[in-house]
Write a protein that binds this ligand. Structure first.
Ligand SMILES: Nc1nc2c(ncn2[C@@H]2O[C@H](COP(=O)(O)OP(=O)(O)OP(=O)(O)O)[C@@H](O)[C@H]2O)c(=O)[nH]1
Ligand SMILES: [Mg+2]
Length: 226
């Protein structure tokens, strides 16, 4: 039987490490020499088991650079969850988060009006925490406070003791620290909120190709600018 599909968008300014985070999570790989910017959108797929059920999680890696964000608002259609990424060593990227949340809120509100019954779930990630010792520019408390601003307390509970807390993690794609946790917690919250079963008009738009990975595996599927 095909697992239910969930669509999760990864957004944030350029160079914060969105692609590196997904490559570490899906392929357990980190290439410090790869500084190429994402163009348009890339799709990764990961199977994830939460609350006794396996989901096929479509992770859409978006471009941070404005000139590569073609048709960016259409990415949001049918999204069950959004991961917002800033760089803990770059304060400007943190200060830009309000505008990324505003764009997401505006576009997911459209999705709700178009027939979806459950709210899109948000998770904030501060990346590159391996460099925090020498170069931290944003405290963990500031990150948590920002997440609290954009996550409701009554959004269905999270993983274990974190039930009801805003979703916020500091991660390192370089070391692998906390790389899995944001995705597990976000999917758990999506499932708990009932969004996994809600009718999503555009869920099919994430199926860009056949999953070439085994059970539990992840991987890069295809790239396009639509
Ligand atoms: N030290 C450290 N460097 C990282 C980490 N994650 C990413 N980087 C580096 O940061 C740079 C940008 O990473 P990307 O993943 O390409 O950034 P992006 O957010 O996908 O950028 P766009 O595709 O332009 O939106 C690369 O040189 C990565 O090697 C991390 O956790 N630690
Ligand atoms: Mg990228």
């Amino acid at each position: 039987m095909t697992e239910p599909a969930l669509k999760i968008l990864i957004i944030g300014p350029s160079n914060v490490g969105k692609t590196a985070l997904l490559k570490r999570y899906c392929d357990n790989d980190f290439d410090s020499n790869d500084a190429s910017a994402t163009i348009g959108i890339d799709l990764y797929v990961k199977r994830l088991s939460v609350r006794g059920k396996t989901y096929r999680v479509m992770l859409l890696d978006t471009a941070g650079q404005e000139r590569f964000r073609t048709l960016s608002t259409s990415y949001y259609r049918g999204a069950h969850g959004i991961v917002f990424v800033y760089d803990v060593t770059n304060r400007t990227t943190f200060e830009q988060m309000d505008s990324w949340f505003a764009e997401a809120e505006a576009n997911t509100a459209v999705a709700v009006a178009a027939g979806s019954t459950a709210k899109c779930q948000f998770c904030l990630v501060g990346s590159k925490v391996d460099r925090a010792g020498t170069s931290r520019a944003v405290t963990a408390e500031e990150g948590a406070a920002l997440a609290a601003k954009y996550n409701d307390d009554d959004n269905g509970g999270g993983v274990g003791d974190d039930s009801g807390k805003p979703l916020f993690f500091e991660t390192s794609a370089r070391t692998g620290e906390n790389v899995r946790e944001p995705f597990v917690a976000l999917v758990d919250r999506i499932v708990a909120s009932g969004a996994a079963n809600a009718p999503r008009r555009a869920a099919a738009t994430v199926s860009l190709g056949a999953d070439n990975n085994g059970e539990g595996g992840g991987g890069y599927l295809s790239s396009c600018a639509c």
